[in-house]
Ligand binder design. Structure first.
Ligand SMILES: Cc1cc2nc3c(=O)[nH]c(=O)nc-3n(C[C@H](O)[C@H](O)[C@H](O)COP(=O)(O)OP(=O)(O)OC[C@H]3O[C@@H](n4cnc5c(N)ncnc54)[C@H](O)[C@@H]3O)c2cc1C
Length: 507
């Protein structure tokens, strides 16, 4: 957003980032992303006790640094299904159908996977440099059980099995910051303040006139000439609105925040993709277990080659688990690694793992204030897997993972099933395992949804309804979660918003 808006020298942007720089080597080295978890680059959130997951509090990493979560994500690049955006449009969001958003995906991408020279946008999207041999077995396994190969999940068809395209450049992460912000940093009309935590939108007569933020322990204020744009992500943008007195008036009063504007949908409509890990020992020493070595580090530092260029989840499958769906409801991730508990449970042995993920969730959660302390985390309620239909999909995903693991293609690699383990057999046992182990696939969206109904927070031009000079531009505005990973759709939203802001200020 900041980079696009400051292309116009008459526009001045002040970008506030609560975290610091994105220079840690774990940000740059693709395979190291999970090492950022629970570090000072992470908001390190937890949900409240999840009612359908045995009352567990689930860990939610979110990037707290320049580039946000695009600086710590797994770099999988998926536009989503055309039906996702056509669905947004059907919900009353004129201008957000697939035909409307496709030009923005094309604008943002430099896809070397489809064009040898790239397609010219700022964000590099390419094939992995180094694909593990077990990942090749996964692709062969999918073919063996009749799942068609898909060479381009962002092409004509999303379904099938294939390697992911990744947001990397020359074997390093290519985040939103690398693609957009860094090339714009020298512009005199762009100021970037790190360690500046926005705590309140300053409002006069329903107009946003500035922003209050904490920096170096002191509260500071910046006044704006044009508008305030919130881009804190699906947890923090609704929190900032609530702290500013914009939200459900009764809820605000209960939280001792003076309601300025009654907007019942703020923090509602939270959606995410739940995932569960199915892990196996590998009988061959080929996984990423031995990737962390001095020689591989030097290979990465000097040549930007080798296993450290892996994004861990190297390949996947998209499929529909039943007839009549207009888009896939199951995504199967695959990685040559033991990825249980966000990769925080480490094992020395070589392993491989599947991540069946529900990508058409019906459950809706919420973000609400836990306290009026401006720096406290909000309460996150995801309500994962609140319906039997959702559970059915993910149980089928676990069964599919096992079916894949028992193909001829995996024969040379398959050791014992570690997670959940062969003792978990029937659907009830698998469902119990899922309730005990499901985690986030890190895609929360929807908490400041765009639309025209009473629960819409922003209108289809992303302006906060009933307010002036205040917009939200991030994953929180998605009315419904796309059937795929959410980084590409978020950047698309920012590209489109930049155009709308330009048009609105001209108009
Ligand atoms: C571990 C992980 C893995 C993921 N893997 C993938 C993947 O492989 N592919 C994919 O497509 N998607 C992936 N995602 C999701 C994707 O990265 C996000 O959907 C996307 O980055 C959301 O963008 P956003 O702008 O809404 O929020 P964010 O990227 O979270 O950005 C919000 C920014 O605002 C800052 N901020 C928040 N509150 C304040 C405040 N009050 N004051 C100042 N600054 C503030 C934050 O520090 C952050 O920099 C992953 C996410 C995570 C966490």
């Amino acid at each position: 957003m900041a980079a696009r808006l400051t292309e116009n020298p008459n526009v001045r942007v002040l970008l506030l980032e609560a975290g610091g720089a994105d220079t840690a080597k774990e940000v740059r080295i693709p395979a190291a992303f999970s090492k950022l978890f629970k570090s000072n680059c992470d908001w390190n959130y937890s949900t409240e006790e999840e009612p359908y997951l045995n009352g567990r509090r689930l860990y939610w990493p979110r990037g707290k640094m320049i580039g946000g979560s695009s600086s710590m994500n797994a770099m999988i690049y998926i536009r989503g299904n055309p039906a996702d955006y056509d669905g947004w449009k059907r919900l009353g969001n004129e201008g957000w159908g697939f035909a409307d958003v496709l030009p923005y995906f094309e604008k943002l991408e430099n896809r070397s996977a489809s064009e040898p020279q790239g397609t010219g946008g700022p964000l590099n999207v390419c094939d992995l440099r180094c694909v593990n041999e077990i990942t090749r077995a996964f692709l062969a396994a999918a073919e063996e059980i009749g799942i068609p190969a898909n060479r381009d999940f962002n092409g004509a068809k999303q379904e099938g099995a294939g390697l992911y395209q990744v947001t990397q450049k020359n074997g390093s992460r290519h985040s939103a910051s690398d693609a957009y912000l860094k090339p714009a940093r020298r512009r005199s009309n762009l100021a970037v303040l790190t360690r500046a935590h926005a705590t309140r939108v300053v409002i006069e007569s329903h107009r946003a006139v500035g922003i209050e933020y904490v920096r170096g322990g002191a509260i500071q204020r910046a006044r704006v000439e044009r508008e305030v744009i919130l881009a804190g992500g699906a947890v923090n943008s609704p929190q900032l609105l609530l702290l500013s007195g914009i939200g459900p008036a009764d809820e605000l009063s209960r939280a001792s925040v003076h309601p300025i504007h009654d907007l019942p949908g703020v923090g509602k409509n939270l959606q995410d993709h739940p995932m569960v890990s199915v892990g196996y020992l590998s009988t061959k020493p080929v996984s990423l277990a031995s990737a962390e070595s001095l020689s591989n580090f030097l290979k990465w530092v000097i040549f930007k080659q080798g296993p450290l260029t892996s994004n861990v989840a190297e390949a996947g499958i998209f499929l529909r688990t039943r007839e009549g769906l207009d888009a896939p409801d199951l995504q199967m991730l695959f990685g040559p690694a033991y990825y249980v508990n966000h990769g925080l449970d480490r094992r020395k042995e070589h392993c491989f793992g599947f991540g069946p993920t529900l990508i058409a969730p019906e459950s809706r959660g919420s973000i609400s204030l836990r306290s009026t302390n401006l720096l406290d985390a909000p309460a996150i309620r995801a309500n994962y897997l609140s319906t039997d239909a959702e559970m059915r999909v993910i149980v089928e995903g676990v069964r599919l993972a096992r079916q894949l693991a028992h193909t001829m293609a995996f024969q040379p690699y398959r050791g014992d099933e570690l997670h959940p383990g062969a003792h978990v057999k029937n659907n009830d046992e698998i469902a119990a395992f899922i309730r005990a182990e499901a985690q986030t696939l890190y895609h929360p969206v929807g908490t400041c949804k765009m639309g025209t109904d009473t629960l819409a927070v922003v209108d289809p031009r992303l302006r906060v309804r009933g307010m002036q000079a205040l917009r939200v531009v991030d994953a929180s505005v998605m009315p419904r979660i796309p059937a795929g990973n959410t980084n590409a759709p978020t950047i698309m939203i920012a590209e489109k918003a930049a155009d709308m802001i330009r048009e609105d200020s001209n108009g």
